[in-house]
Ligand binder design. Structure first.
Ligand code: ACO
Length: 411
């Protein structure tokens, strides 16, 4: 009861939960993680089975709509996504306004936000504030159209962020390529009509996209839902996800891993580096996870995928340093005591072997994670309970009331 007004408020116990260690913000049907046993499932399907037998678009359908698609549902979804992969020609001007050395995550974040301005039918302030919470057929179809657009355009925007920094023209892939094949084409292809991506590298990238597609309430997904809870448009919500993913504690960690390995220099320097980590002078990027207190199940799949990729590309010299680091950290009491195991970010070694520049690695995380962000956003928008704005409380510990002093009278 509010002592001043006598109004009864429905509030529970208010606690500070720094970093949300114990706060569940939603109930979800999408992704299950058991961090103690190293289990990850999308809609009930083990990640190992999906990585082995599914492909990225099929897994995307599963994450968003809850079931594996039939052949005709898959074909329709595939065509919708691929048909929405091109961008309005004016988007090119947005790309061209960046410095030649801009970080591609800065570019991607900005361009996702800008994209929303091209689709007024997705703008709640123009179309009515509960646009995406309506459950009639036309409203859900409008929502799904934005979803096809976002998934279709994500790799195109990523490739444009790559090419603009090299002063190269933007290109459109020929029809018939897969989602990841078309992405690889746009990344580096000089426009040969006969281009065929290397099937081993294409499949490896597809597997990595499956592994990165969702991970329940990670920082960026939470950010998307936080923004989405005010009923903003999905393009703006996805842009906030990109911004959150950019940080080195989250999606930026795959880039940080390689920079760390380069700075260590050789396997001989690993023991000294680990001592610096233990003295808290350095961060061991690619290790530790808020949820996994054992090996991240995705890291085993990444290791197998890396072996396949290295057969094509040859081994990167950084592997020796990475292996020494991995083996020593797993035996070291400091890391054992804190349950610190390798996370998914050692996949940077695969990206490097495939020729992607270092600062592009977080983008390779963002493109597939768009699907997870959308799956959670759609689930929240269509929740039978409606959408409740995410407005957490705080415990105020600042000064008591005090009187304003004009500037000339302050000490
Ligand atoms: N290197 C050294 N020590 C670490 C590391 C690390 N990578 N990760 C955690 N620790 C230590 C902390 O210092 C802390 O020690 P203390 O209890 O003595 O103070 C203890 O382990 C617990 O760590 P927290 O930081 O409390 O764990 P939290 O769950 O808050 O953080 C995080 C998780 C951010 C992933 C952290 O492990 C980290 O910074 N890792 C390196 C960055 C990284 O790889 N991020 C990618 C995460 S996965 C992803 O986004 C795909």
């Amino acid at each position: 009861e509010d002592p001043r007004t006598g109004n009864k408020e429905k509030v529970g116990l208010r606690v500070v939960d720094r970093g949300f260690l114990n706060t569940a913000v939603i109930q979800s049907y999408i992704t299950f993680i058991d961090g103690d046993r190293g289990i990850l499932r999308y809609r009930g399907y083990p990640i190992e089975q999906l990585a082995e037998q599914s492909n990225f678009l099929e897994t995307s359908y599963l994450l968003i709509w809850g079931e594996l698609p039939s052949k005709s549902q898959y074909d329709r979804f595939h065509d919708e996504v691929m048909n929405h992969s091109t961008t309005h020609v004016d988007i090119e001007h947005v790309f061209k306004s960046f410095r030649y050395d801009a970080h591609p995550m800065s570019i991607l974040t900005s361009v996702f936000a800008a994209l929303g301005s091209y689709y007024p039918e997705a703008n709640p302030s123009l179309q009515g504030q509960n646009l995406f919470t309506k459950k009639d057929l036309a409203s859900v179809q409008n929502m799904d159209k934005q979803i096809y657009r976002l998934i279709g355009k994500a790799p195109t925007l990523a490739a444009m962020a790559y090419r603009v920094r090299q002063g190269r023209h933007f290109i459109t892939p020929p029809p018939g390529l897969s989602y990841t094949g078309a992405f690889l084409y746009q990344m580096d292809c000089l426009g040969q009509a006969e281009y065929k991506p290397n099937p081993v590298l294409e499949r490896a990238l597809d597997i990595l996209f499956i592994l990165h597609a969702d991970h329940e309430m990670n920082a960026s997904t939470t950010t998307v839902l936080q923004a989405g809870s005010s009923l903003t448009d999905p393009y703006s919500a996805i842009a906030t996800g990109c911004a959150s993913l950019y940080g080195p504690l989250h999606g930026g960690a795959n880039e940080a891993v390689i920079r760390m390995l380069i700075s260590i220099g050789s396997p001989d320097n690993v023991p000294a580096f680990l001592e610096q980590v233990k003295r808290r002078e350095k961060l061991l990027s690619g290790f530790g996870h808020r949820v996994y207190k054992t090996t991240d199940p995705r890291s085993r799949i990444i290791r197998r995928t890396a072996d396949e990729v290295f057969k094509v590309t040859g081994k990167d010299p950084l592997i020796e340093t990475a292996m020494r680091l991995h083996d020593m950290a797993l035996k070291d009491e400091y890391f054992v005591k804190r349950n610190l195991y390798p996370n998914v970010d050692f996949c940077g070694l695969i990206y490097k072997a495939m020729g992607f520049p270092l600062d592009f690695f977080p983008v390779l995380f963002a493109v597939p994670r768009v699907v997870g962000w959308i799956a959670h956003w759609r689930q929240m928008m269509l929740s039978p309970d409606g959408v409740k704005i995410w407005r957490p409380r705080q415990i105020y510990i600042g000064p008591e009331e005090r009187a304003y002093e004009p500037i000339g009278q302050r000490q």
